[in-house]
Design a protein around this ligand. Structure first.
Ligand code: PMP
Length: 393
């Protein structure tokens, strides 16, 4: 009835409440709703997938492959996408699929720590330089594994029995990172979380070729709800153990989601192949659309920070992007905003008083005068946030 219609109008298609100039703005999560506008446009049709009732019924996708639950079509599109963007090597790599890259992160921890060597010196230390992604400690420790244990800031870590999590560009502060720990015995390992190594967030400066590299459609195309991530893994045994983890954890990964992710990635790559000399204003090119959005938002944010005068941001960095073939500034997916005003000790609390929900620095191994703010939410939420920030004294 009417009441139902009213209730629906108050929600966006994501089910999140509408944002009005005086309502609460939640920029706590990095929910990539910014991309919705693109997929509602001309390209939406090409990424639409219909799955008949009889399809995707079997558990199995590829019995002859290393990863039996990986849809060959998704593997093909993932390899095409990396060849297009030039951000990661795929030749000589095993491709694995996960329910989001978060599952693959856990699979990698398991694979690098098992089987635990006889007489080993306890759980492997999992570390990352602060500020580190807030999920790393909680996801590492929530099952209290005997194989590995969160050990905090890699800057203060001493030892050789470790896994270093390298997130680049870094969540929360956008920094470009390389591993900082060197393992003399070779026991120390690294997992590269490259969720944000895409041209809308940072200039692509090289084809990375690390042992374990994690990616996700959540941040590349914006399809976080599809829950598809992938790993590029050099070592066959590590890849096999990661695959085993997912087999034991969820008996594979939704085929429906894999097919949808494959369709979406194919639409992205196809559009670039149709127009090899990308006109930057073209509405059918995902990375160019997202890059325009992110550039506009970072300009607006920096202007608001300047207008307010009580905040600071990490310095702007620029570089030549081998994908866009242009010099560009980095546009991190999060703003790592610091308050310089005396008397504001708890910035998350201060912003909450202004009805802006952010995530405190303390969750990232940093202090309370800094917060992380999503830069990839809807235009509506972002614009209200910017207007409010600019007038804060
Ligand atoms: N790594 C990083 C650095 C992230 O920011 C996120 C999502 N916030 C993830 C991994 C998890 O992504 P997914 O949706 O693929 O599980």
């Amino acid at each position: 009835g009417n009441r139902e219609k009213k209730a629906v109008a108050a929600l966006t298609s994501t089910g999140k409440p509408r944002v009005t100039p005086d309502s609460l703005v939640n920029l706590d999560h990095g929910d990539p709703t910014m991309f919705e506008e693109f997929w509602r446009g001309a390209m939406g049709e090409q990424a639409t997938l219909v799955i008949p009732g009889w399809q995707t019924m079997s558990y199995f996708s590829n019995l002859s492959g290393l990863c039996w639950f990986l849809e060959p079509g998704l593997e093909r599109e993932v390899r095409r996408l990396h060849r297009l963007v030039g951000n990661a090597a795929t030749e000589g790599y095993h491709v694995l699929v996960g329910t989001g890259s978060m599952q693959l992160f856990q699979a990698a921890l398991y694979a690098l720590c098992s089987p635990a060597p006889v007489g080993s010196d306890g759980p492997v230390s999992v570390v990352s330089p602060a500020p580190y992604y807030s999920s790393y400690p909680s996801v590492t420790d929530f099952l209290n594994s005997g194989l590995y244990r969160w050990a905090g800031d890699a800057n203060t870590f001493d030892g050789d029995n470790y896994i270093e999590l390298v997130c680049s560009p870094n969540n929360p502060d956008g920094g470009i990172r390389e591993s900082i720990l060197k393992s003399e015995s070779g026991k120390g390992k690294a997992i590269h979380d490259l969720a944000y190594y895409w041209p809308q967030y940072t200039p692509i400066t090289g084809m990375l070729a690390h042992d374990i590299m994690l990616f996700t459609v959540s941040k590349s195309t914006g399809h976080a709800g599809t829950r598809i991530g992938w790993a590029l893994v050099k070592d066959r045994e590590v890849a096999q153990r990661m695959s085993k983890y997912i087999e034991l954890n969820t008996i594979g990964v939704s085929k429906d989601s894999q097919l949808r992710a494959a369709k979406i990635i194919a639409a992205v790559v196809d559009s670039y192949e149709r127009q090899p000399s990308a006109a930057t204003g073209d509405a059918s090119l995902l990375f160019h659309f997202a890059l325009r959005q992110m550039t506009r938002r970072w300009k607006a944010l920096r202007a608001a920070v300047a207008a307010s005068g009580i905040f600071s941001l990490p310095d702007e960095v620029a570089g030549f992007c081998t994908f866009t073939k242009d010099t560009m500034t980095a546009n991190p997916p999060f703003a790592w905003l610091r308050c310089e005003k005396e008397g504001v000790e708890d910035l998350e609390g201060f912003l909450r008083e202004h009805k802006i929900i952010t995530r405190s620095g303390t969750k990232f191994g940093a202090d309370r005068k800094v917060v992380r703010i999503s830069m990839v939410d809807t235009d509506e939420a972002f614009n209200v946030f910017i207007d409010r920030l600019a007038t804060m004294q």
